[in-house]
Design a binder for this molecule. Structure first.
Ligand code: G3H
Length: 530
């Protein structure tokens, strides 16, 4: 899609480039004089198509990566650091300062979300607002957790003061499709629990971290959060090789996750928090409300062009309704508006990965060779930065489209007669995040739900799959995830139960009372925050 500069609304025009020269290490925003990488948007600002240059980022090397690691290790300081030993209320104050500063950057970040990853305006705004809400909810949940642990337990003559403590140094890597939200859903709970972190932004959606660098620097003690830029192989690998990372928190691709885990020399030290690929199916039963099922399948397959881990990536439709479903679904896909992210009513937007249209084309060609057809008129229409969603039917298990997580605008449809067919496929699949089921008859639904909950981690009844609300557990079976994230679960995931135990006798109790009276320890304390 070609747009002349004049057509872009004034507030979204790229007038100044962001040449991001600094990285955050040991509380300093250090200036990088070395090699940089240019950041382009696949959105054109000229009437003849041309990717738009947005700016550049430092291309840091191993030396700077290890400097960031040392800074995080020093801030943790073998558990003695200011941050891991700080009172909960003081860590919360730092987080409050950060969120206040972050809120002032909304416009800049929303604009960059649109240019860097092509997310439409309402969804970009939602990503920002949802992240702010997540931070506030995390603070509240942490207060609750702290209140619950502001007490002693007694069992078998042993007094115990049990809390959750940090794990150590976290390496945090987020995905390009939610470069703010998903990354912060790892980083914020990791930090608030007293861990220190090294964060490397995703390849796309990286400049949008620039407006936040100063907020990070000013809100947290030095070394608690370190932000580096560059290629994963150059920056993340040397950090992992040292064996000093306690937690790998990564949302993205299993290839990177496996590679990073495998080079960590101390396998049992390394905790994993991973959100990986999924191939969430929709199962449309013969008695489904077709209007509702189609609405939800459109949103499920194509919001943000299908670039969501929770997207519906394969549709199973019962044979009795397949014809009607395909006809109506295809027409709805063709009616979706494609355009630049700021245009009113756009549902489909440019793909941030320049090689994506060619990849989707490969999936189409392979499926056609193996007997599928594109059943919507506009399906597969290719432009410089987009390929119109192709609805492919009938898809079979030999096709790459069935096997690979497409993460883009292409929709495979299979028909089934016996419910065992999709259930067998799900059981065989390497993935197990969520499923959507469309139907009404409770005699059919009851046994189906009872099976599906054992194959995935969220069964969505008559609605598409999604992560939110963020208070609900977000996880997956098999290769889809490791660990559970929600506002509450993430606090648990980034911490461990640790406690002080003492025999219940006069000698020990006197010491405990004195510790409590003097308020000398931040751990042994029955004070709590309201
Ligand atoms: O990419 C995966 C995201 O967690 C999906 O979140 O369901 O809110 O789009 P969402």
């Amino acid at each position: 899609m070609n747009t002349s500069f004049a057509e872009i609304p004034e507030e979204y025009k790229i007038k100044e480039l962001i040449h991001q020269k600094s990285y955050l290490v040991s509380g300093d925003l250090k200036t990088w004089e070395g090699e940089t990488t240019e950041v382009f948007s696949t959105i054109s600002s000229t009437s003849v198509y041309k990717p738009t240059l947005l700016g550049s980022i430092p291309n840091l090397g191993k030396k700077e990566a290890l400097e960031a690691l040392d800074s995080a290790c020093l801030a943790y300081d073998k558990g003695q650091g200011l941050w891991p030993t700080m009172k909960v209320i003081d860590r919360i104050k730092c987080m409050d300062t950060f969120v206040k500063m972050m809120k002032t950057k909304r416009n800049e970040i929303v604009k960059l979300l649109m240019w860097e990853i092509g997310k439409n305006l309402p969804d970009s705004e939602k990503e920002f607002d949802r992240t702010i809400e997540y931070i506030y909810d995390t603070i509240e949940d942490y207060k609750n957790m702290d209140r619950d642990s502001a007490k002693f337990s007694k069992s078998d003559g042993i007094n115990a003061h049990i809390r959750r403590g940090p794990l150590g140094v976290v390496l945090c890597l987020g995905p390009y499709n939610y470069p703010l939200n998903e990354t912060f859903c790892l980083l914020i709970p990791a930090l608030i629990m007293g861990n220190t972190a090294i964060f490397k932004p995703a390849k796309h959606g990286v400049l949008l971290i620039t407006p936040l660098l100063e907020a990070f620097q000013k809100s947290f003690p030095k070394g608690v959060i370190n932000i580096v830029f560059g290629r994963g192989r150059t920056v993340a690998s040397p950090i992992m090789e040292t064996g000093k990372v306690d937690v790998l928190a990564l949302i993205g691709n299993s290839v990177s996750a496996n590679a990073l885990q495998s080079i960590h020399p101390k396998k049992n030290r390394l905790r994993l928090v991973l959100g990986l690929e999924a191939k969430n199916p929709a199962i449309v039963l013969p008695d489904a409300d077709l209007d509702l099922a189609i609405d939800e399948c459109i949103a499920g397959t194509l919001s943000f062009n299908g670039q969501r881990c929770t997207a519906l990536k394969v549709l199973y439709v019962h044979k009795d309704i397949i014809e009607e479903f395909n006809k109506r679904f295809s027409a709805r896909v063709d009616a979706l508006k494609f355009g630049n992210p700021w245009e009113a009513g756009v549902k489909l937007t440019p793909l941030p990965e320049k090689e994506k249209p060619a990849y989707i084309q490969e999936l189409i060609d392979d499926a056609i060779n193996l007997g599928a057809k594109i059943i919507n008129d506009k399906g597969g229409n290719i432009t410089d930065n987009y390929i119109f969603p192709a609805v492919m039917y009938p898809v079979n298990k030999e096709m790459r489209l069935y096997k690979e997580e497409q993460f883009g605008p292409i929709i495979p449809i299979l028909s089934f007669t016996d419910i065992e067919e999709p259930l067998d496929d799900m059981a065989e699949s390497n993935y197990g995040q969520q499923v959507s089921v469309f139907g009404k008859n409770t005699n059919t639904l009851a046994p189906l739900i009872d099976t599906l909950v054992n194959l995935v981690c969220r069964v969505n009844l008559n609605s598409s799959c999604q992560r939110g609300p963020d208070v609900y557990p977000f996880t997956g079976r098999k290769d889809s995830a490791y660990g559970t994230l929600s506002v509450h679960d993430a606090l648990r995931t980034f911490s461990i139960r640790t406690f002080v135990a003492s025999k219940d006798n006069e000698y020990n109790n006197e010491i405990l009372n004195e510790l409590l009276d003097k308020k000398a320890s931040n751990f042994i304390s029955t004070d709590y925050i309201l």
